[in-house]
Design a protein around this ligand. Structure first.
Ligand code: UD1
Ligand code: MG
Length: 455
């Protein structure tokens, strides 16, 4: 069968400054769920497999482009922001004849694929996405005749008292034939209350020519919510987070309070995972069966194995943790760290770029950096691997069954071989042979009859 599906061109309007954000950052770079607003829209557009994604940029254009260096995007500048119609006009030379054009807004981040698809697939010359709002103020109103056919969109500032009452509003998102768009877009004027070129005037132009205008009313108000202020952004962030939490709960994850979790990236959690309040998940995080995350943990780019427990206030970044481990409270695991199963990492322990084999304990107040640690090792409280000589980093190797006494410094590069013991309070600068005891502190002396000085 011949594929009759049309090519798709997506045009994303992103030239506005976003004055009401009160920020020097271009509006579309503000983040929702850890991702710039515009990135949400681009990611949705990409799922449509379009021939082209054209982004109209204006304010802070260079900074915006810099953030999307790795995306295949046609960037088109709109030097002056003369209205949405003028913005789309800038894209005209880049559109593919015969294609269907979908227009999205860079500040409507949660637009969903299903609606875009439905809009594109409508057999109409022009299809617009609308929504019914309890409070329609500020939006373009959808004007229909008594049979329900769309006649035009009237902007708030141009609306009559009758029109003002209409609750069906334009979301700003529409789909139309490129050939029609290219023809109509030149006819838009700025003869209106705001002296702007309104994209919405396309509707009137289409109707006047007897063309078919289709409407899709979305039920999902959040998906067409635009961001104009920090308040809008915070509100939509919460909506997104609660939706994500609901999805997790439906898949069997226990979330102590769905209004107190933040996922800024992708969190994959298996059943019987428990997440206490105030946790933030960043990047790609995988929690396997029965993992328990205590309150106020920050977990970024990590995989955490079955039945592992992460206690309160633990920070994890770029780490792979095996099954049945216990980490925290107040632990910090940094990039390049890997824990095999049944390890314990306790309070005020920092581990960086180190591999720790199974059943090893580092329970209190330690810094372990650039180290390879074997099985069944006990690292005593206050142990420091001195990995940095001021110029270079060096590795510490600790083999299986080593016991490091408390308050020891291991000056890298150094190797503590299997079964060796380090006496507490030692500074170790030379390799220690298997099963030997190394101790470097001076001998204790006792001065009898010594008197403590008096004030
Ligand atoms: C627009 C619609 C309105 C709709 C509303 C939905 C028009 C005339 N009105 O109004 O019917 O209800 O969106 O939110 O289209 N932009 C540019 N260049 C410009 C002007 C705008 O790129 O010259 C971009 C903005 O950055 C923004 C989007 O287009 O992403 C919408 O612009 P905005 O000024 O918010 O339009 P509204 O007045 O809200
Ligand atoms: Mg707007």
């Amino acid at each position: 069968m011949v594929n009759l599906e049309k090519k798709i061109n997506v045009v994303i309007l992103a030239a506005g400054k976003g004055t009401r954000m009160v920020s020097t950052k271009p509006k579309v770079l503000h983040q929702l769920a850890g991702k710039p607003l515009l990135k949400h829209v681009i990611d949705c557009a990409k799922l449509l497999n379009p021939a082209k994604i054209i982004v109209i940029h204006g304010y802070g254009g260079e900074e915006v482009q810099e953030n999307f260096k790795d995306e295949k995007i046609v960037w088109v500048e709109q030097k002056e922001q003369l209205g949405t119609g003028h913005a789309v006009l800038q894209a005209k030379p880049y559109l593919d004849n015969g294609a269907k054009c979908l227009i999205l807004l860079g500040d409507v981040p949660l637009i969903n694929l299903k609606e875009c698809n439905e809009l594109i697939k409508q057999h109409c010359d022009l299809s617009i996405l609308t929504v019914i709002r309890n409070d329609p103020s500020g939006y373009g109103r959808i004007i229909r005749d008594i049979s329900g056919n769309v006649l035009e969109i009237v902007e708030q500032k141009d609306a009559s008292p009758e029109h003002i009452k209409i609750k069906e509003v334009n979301t700003g998102i529409m789909a139309l034939e490129v050939d029609k768009l290219s023809y109509w877009i030149d006819k838009i004027t700025n003869h209106n209350a705001q002296n702007e070129y309104y994209l919405t005037d396309l509707v009137k132009l289409a109707v006047n020519e007897g063309c078919k205008v289709g409407i899709l009313i979305t039920e999902e108000e959040y998906s067409v919510e635009g961001i104009n202020s920090q308040n809008d952004l915070a509100k939509l962030e919460r909506i997104y987070q609660e939706m994500f939490a609901n999805k997790l709960m439906q898949s069997g994850v226990k979330i102590y309070d769905p209004s107190r979790i933040d996922v800024r990236g992708n969190l994959v959690a298996s059943s019987d995972v428990e997440i206490d309040v105030g946790c933030i998940f960043i990047g790609n995080v995988t929690l396997e069966n029965n993992v328990k995350i205590g309150p106020y943990c920050v977990i970024k780019d990590a995989t955490i194995g079955n039945a592992t427990i992460i206690e309160a206030y633990t920070h994890i970044d770029g780490v792979k943790i095996g099954n049945h481990c216990k980490v925290g409270p107040f632990a910090r695991l940094r990039p390049g760290t890997q824990l095999n199963e049944s390890c314990h990492i306790g309070n005020f322990v920092e581990v960086k770029n180190s591999q720790v084999d199974s059943s090893t304990n580092i329970n209190h107040l330690s810094y372990i950096g650039d180290s390879t640690i074997g099985k069944n090792v006990n690292i005593g409280a206050g142990t420091i691997t001195c990995n940095y000589d001021g110029a270079k980093k060096h590795r510490t190797i600790i083999e299986d069954n080593v016991f490091v006494g408390s308050d020891s410094q291991l000056v890298a590069p150094v190797k503590i071989k299997a079964g060796a013991t380090i006496g507490a309070g030692s500074t170790i600068t030379k390799d220690v042979e298997p099963d030997e005891l190394a101790i470097s502190r001076s001998k204790q002396i006792t001065i009898t009859g010594w008197k403590r000085p008096k004030k």
